[in-house]
Design a protein around this ligand. Structure first.
Ligand code: SF4
Length: 269
């Protein structure tokens, strides 16, 4: 009997890493997941940013080109690969990094999404160790996960910066940790005595430890930001949530969505 060809809902991407003009200029390749919470076309729900806080209200990756159907399909395919076959994805990523086009390149882990489970983070740690000729870097809001799994013995070729605007901000110590905060503009960064990464994204991990990021010039996001820094906005939100626990709770279904996609219970949010 002839076999019937079945088109998989999430075709495996030809290349896992991509590069836009801005990243190309600084020699960086990028791995992307869909941002925050959503639903795959097969009905599964996900939350790739379980420790996102106020950042989700002004998330650059929930706007503009990230919402184009081809981009969303691509990001969903990336996530589906990770969720459906983590070991296969790890093998594919490790193998791909051997390609000539990545010679001496930097790899940015996520321009959206985060290290949403322990297993996924461990896979990246193994990839870093398997590819010592590359330097990997990431912004993350997964503070407790990094404290547990990375900080005690980080791969020498992995650099990271903790980014404000998440539910674990209160665990960060700017006197010790490398931290990134979003400011309304460059003037606000300079006034605070922080160092802008605007000239190159790599400054977030190789420049001064207090990293200022100017807010995206998206009018509705700027209105929502209302002149605040992410760290201050999140602190206000935390204070409000403690005063009014029910009103500060995550949107209905968020925790369930996170658990469904990641296989974890008790999501950080
Ligand atoms: S952690 Fe980053 S990608 Fe996720 S919701 Fe916040 S800003 Fe968006």
């Amino acid at each position: 009997m002839p076999e019937t060809a079945v088109t998989p809902p999430f075709p495996r991407p030809g290349w896992l890493l991509t590069q836009n003009r801005e990243m190309k200029a600084i020699g960086v390749w990028n791995w992307t997941l869909p941002a925050w919470a959503g639903r795959l076309s097969d009905g599964r729900t996900y939350n790739t940013c379980p420790s996102a806080g106020i950042c989700r209200h002004v998330c650059y990756a929930r706007n503009g080109t990230y919402l184009w159907p081809t981009a969303r399909r691509r990001h969903h395919a990336n996530l589906a690969f990770v969720l459906d076959d983590l070991a296969g994805w790890e093998d594919a990523m490790t193998a791909e990094l051997g390609a000539r086009r990545y010679h001496s390149a930097w790899i940015r882990v996520h321009d959206s999404g985060d290290f949403f489970t322990d297993d996924y983070l461990r896979a990246w740690l193994r990839i870093c160790r398997a590819r010592p000729g590359h330097t990997f870097y990431a912004y993350t809001k997964e503070v407790t996960r990094f404290r547990r799994l990375v900080e005690p013995n980080p791969p020498p070729n992995l650099r990271w910066v903790y980014s404000y605007g998440g539910t674990q901000d209160h665990l960060l110590d700017p006197a010790v940790d490398r931290v990134a905060d979003v400011f309304p503009d460059e003037a606000a960064i300079a006034a605070a005595g922080w160092s802008s990464q605007e000239a190159s994204d790599l400054l977030a991990v190789i420049g001064p430890r207090l990293v200022g990021i100017p807010a995206n010039r998206i009018p509705r996001y700027l209105r929502t930001l209302a002149g605040r820094r992410f760290s201050h906005w999140q602190a206000d939100e935390d204070t409000h949530r403690h005063a009014h626990p029910a009103r500060g709770a995550a949107p209905a279904g968020t925790a369930k969505r996170a658990a469904t996609a990641t296989g974890e219970t008790g999501a950080a949010r």
